[in-house]
Design a protein around this ligand. Structure first.
Ligand code: GDP
Ligand code: MG
Length: 440
């Protein structure tokens, strides 16, 4: 995959004191191949490599004390840029309700994403959405949205499958006004292929509802096809943003890299699973970090903020910044992580997790987490605060006390050190590129 490939290349120059022109050349060849393999649009790759090469061979890198890191930084910045630079936001209409149209091909994830978006709007932003069942061609689609509405305990507007989608949209907006709901999410029909009938209908709904956003939902697993679909919907309908679904799967990531470059429209959200809380704001910078294997501590923090304890998460972020993160915090984190959702998803976001071979196929062993907790609990308060004092004798004692082995204790201490290092890098980068985004 892209991540592994780039990581291998990065690894080679990471430790280097000086990077020569031929180093950069070799690296760029790898980057180029990796991107093409990941199904990134050919023109996009060419442009990307050209930009990175220019900056890497130039003075910016050669003058730097650690050119290896500098090249990685350049690659990361350019990846971020390619995916859209600054993180994007969702629009709010000046005259409520704000209408959002969900469009896309069949099976892309429109209906699911409509539910997820409604959930996010309420949970995180305190909004009151109305779900609108405007896919009248598949009776199951109406039922599906109604089920989601029930799960969320949210209103779903439907007029069955005998009324035109345009009429449904019209009445739904009136209903939202009457009931003082501030968002109207229209789940439209999809086809297997883009055709005129579909586009005409979508254009009519657009005409009538003046949507603030038209979100194109695309399946990231379809790779380059997703990019073509995006291009075509954008040309014919004019979209305002893209939701990239099924990023939790074994996808090659090429779509994420090319969509913005090809359509000029931002990816706004990513779908990370089938559940209703598996929708995340798209952060190009974090995505670039994830691709580069730096893990995604920031997404983790964000998850903690919405799902767990906001004050605690803030404290944690602060600790990462000041590097006062200890084993006590780590233990605390493990407890919180357990309540955040499926462990394997969470683990994938941890720094360095990409490097763990075949993590996506690994069943995360809850028992393993229990052992880690046992090891930490066997440490003295001083050891938890200052792990560097844990010498051979202490390691032995901790292993015995926790019913584990010295190897396991060593491994945990090593992982903790690595994690701290990563956090330091992440927070340094985060400090640099910090710009708080408002919503809506
Ligand atoms: P629609 O035809 O565009 O409305 O697509 P649906 O919302 O019915 O979704 C099609 C299938 O994809 C369903 O089985 C969903 O559960 C699944 N799905 C949607 N989004 C995601 C995602 O982000 N991750 C995963 N793993 N599955 C998803
Ligand atoms: Mg649907």
């Amino acid at each position: 995959g892209l991540a592994e490939r780039l990581q291998g290349t990065m690894q080679k120059i990471r430790g280097k004191g000086k990077v020569s022109e031929s180093d950069v050349k070799e690296m760029m060849r790898e980057v180029r191949l990796a991107l093409l393999e990941a199904d990134v649009n050919f023109k996009v790759v060419k442009e990307f490599v050209k930009k990175v090469s220019e900056r890497s061979v130039g003075q910016e890198v050669m003058k730097s004390l650690t050119p290896g890191q500098q090249v990685i930084k350049v690659v990361k910045e350019e990846l971020t840029e390619l995916m859209g630079g600054e993180e994007s936001r969702i629009g709010t209409s000046k005259r409520p309700p704000t209408v959002i149209m969900m469009v896309g091909l069949q099976g892309a994830g429109k209906t699911t994403t409509t539910g997820k978006l409604a959930n996010l709007l309420r949970k995180k932003y305190n909004r009151k959405p109305l779900l609108v069942a405007a896919d009248v061609y598949r009776p199951a689609a109406i039922k599906q949205l109604e089920t989601l509405g029930k799960q969320l305990d949210m209103p779903v507007f439907s007029l069955g499958d005998q009324v035109s989608p345009v009429e449904i949209a019209k009445q739904a907006i009136q209903k939202a006004k009457d009931d003082h709901l501030d968002y109207v999410l229209i789940d439209t029909a999809g086809r297997l292929h883009i055709d005129e009938t579909l586009m005409d209908e979508l254009k009519q709904i657009k005409e009538l509802s003046s949507p603030e956003e038209i979100f194109l939902v695309v399946d990231s697993m379809t790779g380059q096809d997703a990019v073509n679909v995006a291009e075509s919907f954008n040309e014919q309908l004019g979209i305002t943003g893209v939701v990239l679904t099924k990023l939790d799967g074994d996808t090659r990531g090429g779509a994420a890299l090319s969509i913005r470059a090809v359509t000029g429209k931002p990816i706004k959200f990513v779908g990370m699973g089938e559940k209703l809380d598996a929708l995340e704001l798209f952060h190009p910078e974090r995505m670039a970090s994830r691709i580069l294997g730096m893990g995604d501590v920031l997404t983790l923090i964000e998850k903690a903020q919405t799902n767990v304890d906001e004050a605690k998460a803030k404290e944690l972020e602060q600790k990462m910044r000041t590097m006062s993160f200890t084993f006590d915090d780590f233990l605390d984190q493990l407890g919180q992580v357990r309540s955040m959702g499926p462990l394997d998803e969470i683990l994938k976001m941890l720094p360095g997790a990409n490097k763990m071979k075949g993590l996506s196929n690994v069943q995360v062993d809850e028992k393993q987490i229990g052992r880690v907790e046992a090891i930490i609990r066997s440490m003295t308060p001083a050891e938890k605060q200052q792990p560097e004092i844990i010498n051979a004798g202490r390691r032995k004692r901790i292993a015995r006390g926790s019913g584990t082995s010295i190897q396991e204790v060593n491994r945990l201490l090593k992982q903790f050190e690595d994690m701290k290092k990563m956090m330091k890098q992440m927070s340094a980068m985060q400090q640099k590129g910090k710009k708080k985004g408002g919503f809506p």
